[in-house]
Design a protein around this ligand. Structure first.
Ligand SMILES: Nc1ncnc2c1ncn2[C@@H]1O[C@H](COP(=O)(O)OP(=O)(O)O)[C@@H](O)[C@H]1O
Ligand SMILES: [Mg+2]
Length: 276
C-alpha cells in the first residue's frame, strides 16, 4: 500500500543560511499512523512539517534535494492549494488560525476558499463541529472561547477540509496540563474514528507515548531514531536528546523489567510481574 508520507533523502536549506535545516531525511509513515516528532528547539521539526504541507518550497525560499511525497504526490511539483486539501495543518497557537465572527464561520472559512457549494459547506461544518463536540459553540465569538475550545475550533476547521493527513505543530505547548490532555484525546479519537494519519510535534512524551505508533527523534536536521515508542525509549542516543518520559525513567531505575511501559497502567502490570 502507498504510504501516507514518503520522504526520500530530503535536504533543505533556507535562503541565506549556510547550514541545511534538514539534512538527508528519509522517512516513511503508513496510513493511519500517529507519528510523533520530537527533538530540541531548532532541530528542524517545523521545517519538516512545512515541507509536508507544501509551505516549503512554495512559500519559503531555499534550495533542496530529494523528495517529499504525500499520498503518491510530489509536494514540490503540486499546487499548494491541492496540498491544502490533502494535508491539514494545526498551528501551535490557535489564535493564528481562528479570526472570524463565530466558531461556525471560522470552521467554514477554508471550505469557502475551496469554493464548495453552500449545502456541502453546511454539511461539512456541522459534521466537523459535532466530531469535535463544539456544536453548542457554533455562534460564539472566538475571543470568548477557552484555550481548549479555540484549539478544537482550529482542528474542526482543518478536519472540515477532509485531509488525509493531520499535522499538528506543538498543539499543546501553550495549554495547561488538563487542556493538553484533552487535545491529545481529541487527536486519538480523530485517528480512531476517521483513520486519519497524524503527524504531531509534541514535547510532552508522557501524554503522547501511549497513543503513538512511531516516535521520530531529530537532532540538527537529521533523524537519530525512528521506531516504536518502546524501542525508542530503549535507545540511549535518542534519550540523550529528549530525555525519557516518566514511565520510561522509572523503568530504568527499576532495572529492566520487560520493555519500557508507556502508561501508568502498563507500569503497574510490569511491577506486578516483577514483584508477585
Ligand atoms: N524562515 C527561516 N529562515 C531561515 N532559517 C530558518 C527559518 N525558519 C527556521 N529556520 C532555521 O532552521 C532551523 C530549523 O528550524 P525549525 O524547523 O523551526 O526547528 P524546530 O521546529 O525543531 O524548532 C533552525 O536553525 C532555524 O533557525
Ligand atoms: Mg518548531
Amino acid at each position: 500500500m502507498e504510504p501516507a508520507l514518503k520522504v526520500e533523502g530530503y535536504t533543505f536549506s533556507y535562503l541565506g543560511s549556510d547550514a541545511p535545516a534538514l539534512d538527508g531525511i528519509s522517512l516513511d509513515i503508513a496510513k493511519g499512523e500517529i507519528a510523533v516528532l520530537a527533538g530540541r528547539s531548532g532541530c528542524g521539526k517545523s521545517t519538516l512539517l512545512k515541507s509536508i504541507v507544501g509551505l516549503i518550497p512554495h512559500m519559503y525560499s531555499g534550495s533542496w534535494s530529494g523528495k517529499v511525497i504525500v499520498d503518491g504526490v510530489n509536494v514540490a511539483s503540486a499546487k499548494i492549494s491541492d496540498m491544502a486539501k490533502k494535508v491539514g495543518f494545526v498551528f501551535q497557537n490557535p489564535e493564528n488560525q481562528i479570526f472570524m465572527f463565530s466558531v461556525e464561520r471560522d470552521v467554514a472559512f477554508g471550505l469557502e476558499n475551496l469554493g464548495l457549494p453552500r449545502k456541502e459547506i453546511r454539511e461539512r461544518v456541522d459534521w466537523a463541529l459535532s466530531l469535535l463536540g463544539i456544536q453548542k459553540l457554533a455562534y460564539i465569538a472566538p475571543h470568548e472561547l477557552s484555550d481548549g475550545q479555540k484549539q478544537r475550533t482550529a482542528i474542526a476547521g482543518v478536519i472540515a477540509m477532509k485531509p488525509s493527513i493531520l499535522i499538528l505543530d506543538e498543539p499543546t505547548s501553550l495549554l495547561d496540563p488538563y487542556t493538553a490532555h484533552e487535545v491529545i484525546d481529541i487527536v486519538k479519537n480523530l485517528n480512531k474514528t476517521l483513520g486519519i494519519t497524524v503527524i504531531i510535534v509534541e514535547h510532552r512524551l508522557d501524554i503522547i507515548s501511549s497513543i503513538a505508533s512511531r516516535i521520530v527523534i531529530m537532532d540538527s536536521g537529521r533523524i537519530v531514531a525512528n521506531d516504536t515508542p518502546k524501542r525508542v525509549y530503549s535507545n540511549d542516543e535518542a534519550l540523550r536528546i529528549v530525555g525519557p518520559p516518566l514511565m520510561a525513567a522509572l523503568h530504568r531505575e527499576l532495572g529492566n523489567v520487560s520493555e519500557p511501559p508507556l502508561s501508568v497502567a502498563e507500569m503497574v502490570s510490569a511491577l506486578k510481574i516483577k514483584y508477585d
